[in-house]
Design a protein around this ligand. Structure first.
Ligand SMILES: Cc1ncc(COP(=O)(O)O)c(C=O)c1O
Length: 407
């Protein structure tokens, strides 16, 4: 039963445009999907009507250790008692910067903002100022602020065949998008535009992330050849593949990188970091934000980074993610269901052969108490028994769909 949730959600539509400030969170399956969530604990969430779900949406990435974790909450509360934000920096800002420098390979200096897109914009501005060049190449979604050219990586719900609205042509002519792991396309663009390219911003593609092994060092090499900078978008991969994200996992050094989502277990904070001479430019060229040093998020980031290093969180995410991925793919195969969960365990993606099957699968999973997103995010609170329970519920869903089809 999800009637009360849907009633409240529909009421909110009178005031809240589209019912959510995050487009990917807007519920689509009426009376089946939970439209509003009121509580989370560990790896589970509860909707307005009291239904419980094993959750793999995890706020679309940020909840990396779990919902409402005592060790993290206590640090946030302790900081809250001392004040949220001040007119001078708090010591915790420098402490978290130090922890990031110690744990992230490309980080020599760090600065904080609130969202991933904003931090990527900061790196783009730095890259333009440093190189004196204007053109930017994007790979994947780099946040709504940076969606300035048609092509790959459109914001949620926008198709790449739609015209780009709200961006003057003079701006979009400076931005290109290129696909993941098709290096020939990158070489071709650089041959034509390389002398004007200030930077590339690369987000790793979920469903064939393993291609990063060859592709990312090739892009690194290409940017060096043309005196362009390489900015790694580690918003999803950071604190998942490794604390330092894809550049740590694949063992190469970009000039700058951006972290957000998982680094504070759900509190809103992002970091842009990299070579000292680049990040030091931020002040000089006017990158600054009132809430950059807000201490509750920093307290959460500090507790989260400590928790990661003390508990080997990323290896747990790999283990649980792979267990889930292999288990689901085995079920899909056994029942001849036209879908595969592809990519790396910490953030794999469902790849469906048709949209109808996708809708029926997600709806069936909601009915059976599993909340999925097209990217599957495990957190540290998913333990083996939660994964086993999920696999039982997924198998039940597939069996129900097969029975419906047989009728
Ligand atoms: C790879 C990637 N980069 C950047 C962003 C933008 O981050 P934010 O929504 O915090 O601005 C996202 C958000 O989903 C993302 O997935």
């Amino acid at each position: 039963m999800r009637q009360e949730g849907w009633r409240q959600y529909k009421e909110s539509l009178k005031y809240l445009a589209s019912g959510s400030s995050t487009s990917s969170k807007i519920p689509i399956y009426e009376n089946i999907e939970p439209p509003l969530i009121v509580k989370g604990k560990g790896c589970r969430v509860w909707d307005v009507d009291g239904n419980e779900y094993i959750d793999f949406r995890n706020a679309l990435g940020p909840v990396s250790i779990g919902y409402s974790i005592d060790q993290i909450n206590s640090q946030i509360k302790e900081q809250l008692d001392n004040g949220i934000i001040f007119g001078h920096p708090s010591p915790i800002e420098g402490e978290v910067a130090k922890l990031l420098v110690e744990n992230i390979p490309c980080a020599e200096k760090v600065r904080f903002l609130k969202t991933g897109g904003e931090a990527i914009s900061a790196c783009i501005k730095i890259a333009r100022a440093f190189t004196g060049k204007n053109k930017i190449v994007h790979c994947g979604y780099n946040g709504w602020l940076n969606n300035l050219a048609l092509g790959e990586g459109m914001p949620p719900g926008i198709s790449k065949s739609q015209p780009l609205r709200g961006v003057p042509q003079q701006i979009s002519s400076l931005h290109f998008t290129l696909p993941w792991a098709v290096i020939e396309r990158w070489i071709k663009l650089f041959e034509k535009e390389g002398n004007d390219i200030a930077a590339v911003v690369v987000a790793s593609a979920y469903q064939d992330m393993e291609k990063g092994e060859d592709f990312l060092p090739q892009v690194r090499e290409l940017t060096r050849r043309y005196d362009s900078l390489m900015i790694m978008d580690e918003i999803v991969t950071g604190f998942r593949l490794a604390i330092g994200g894809a550049h740590q996992y694949f063992n190469f050094l970009p000039d700058m990188a951006v972290f957000g989502k998982a680094m504070a277990n759900g509190m809103p904070i992002s970091a842009y970091l990299g070579k000292s001479e680049l990040i030091e430019l931020a002040r000089e060229i006017g990158i600054s934000s009132t809430f950059g040093g807000e201490t509750l998020s920093l307290a959460s980031a500090k507790a989260t980074i400590r928790f990661y290093t003390e508990n080997e969180v990323t290896s747990h995410l790999w283990q649980m993610g792979n267990l889930l991925k292999d288990g689901i793919n085995e079920i899909f195969k056994r029942y001849n269901f036209p879908c595969e969960l592809k990519g790396f365990g910490p953030c794999p993606q469902f790849v469906f052969k048709d949209d109808l099957m996708k809708d029926r699968f997600f709806q069936g999973c909601y009915r059976n108490g599993v909340s999925f997103y097209h990217v599957v995010y495990v957190n540290y609170s998913h333990k083996e028994k939660d994964i086993e329970e999920t696999l039982e519920r997924v198998e039940e869903t597939i069996r129900e769909l097969k029975d419906e089809d047989a009728r």
